[in-house]
Design a protein around this ligand. Structure first.
Ligand SMILES: Cc1cc2nc3c(=O)[nH]c(=O)nc-3n(C[C@H](O)[C@H](O)[C@H](O)COP(=O)(O)O)c2cc1C
Length: 185
């Protein structure tokens, strides 16, 4: 799939049909996350592929979002903060969140390209997720990604924020690209 098509057709899906995805396709999507930028090249991310239906039900409860339980697979994204924090201190906390986001976006685009669907779930009780998946206490749970095939492919996608609303030129709040001033030489 062309990159622009994957970017524009990616959407959060919260209703899945009962067809089970091929887990090898999900592994390929996780593989794409390795290519995301990472502060200092210090690897922090871990991905847990969950297919145990009991665990999926419990994860759905920990997120208090019923649609999560319909997924055939869930990918749980974790960060091990140790080496990034050792290198960058407090700023490392920001880097950990940013690099998780970059990796997750690669994953989401690959999921879209594979014809699969997901929704980035960031609302969950972290302590419960850790208990269910035996995640050590020092590890952060960054996101939960329930995966399946969309129940009914939507024909129309909702419109996005206009480019005009997010773009400034040269300084914050400047909406116009001013012509270059001539240099007095
Ligand atoms: C950090 C983050 C956390 C999110 N958490 C949730 C969540 O807990 N539950 C949910 O249904 N969607 C969640 N979303 C998905 C957003 O609601 C969704 O991306 C947004 O409505 C835009 O829709 P789109 O993804 O279809 O473009 C989250 C997205 C992000 C980036």
């Amino acid at each position: 799939m062309e990159l622009n098509k994957a970017i524009q057709s990616r959407t959060s899906v919260r209703k899945f049909n009962s067809k089970k995805p091929d887990w090898r396709h999900i592994i390929e999507c996780i593989d794409s996350a390795r290519y995301a930028p990472i502060a200092g090249g210090i690897s922090s991310l871990k991905f847990i592929l969950v297919d145990n239906s009991e665990a999926i039900k419990k994860i759905s409860e920990a997120a208090q979002q019923d649609f999560v339980s319909q997924a055939q697979y869930i990918v749980v994204v974790c960060s091990n903060p140790l080496r990034t924090i050792n290198s960058y201190g407090k700023q490392g906390e920001i880097y950990l969140r940013q690099q998780a986001g970059a990796a997750i976006q690669n994953f989401l685009l690959k999921i879209t390209e594979s014809g699969l669907s997901t929704c980035w779930v960031g609302h969950f009780a972290e302590s419960q997720i850790k208990r269910i998946l035996k995640i050590p206490k020092e590890i952060h749970v960054e996101a939960i990604l329930p995966i399946g095939f969309e129940y009914q492919k939507k024909r129309t996608r909702k419109s996005k924020i206009d480019l005009d609303n997010i773009l400034y030129f040269n300084e914050y709040g400047e909406k116009k690209m001013k012509p270059l001033k001539k240099l007095n030489v």
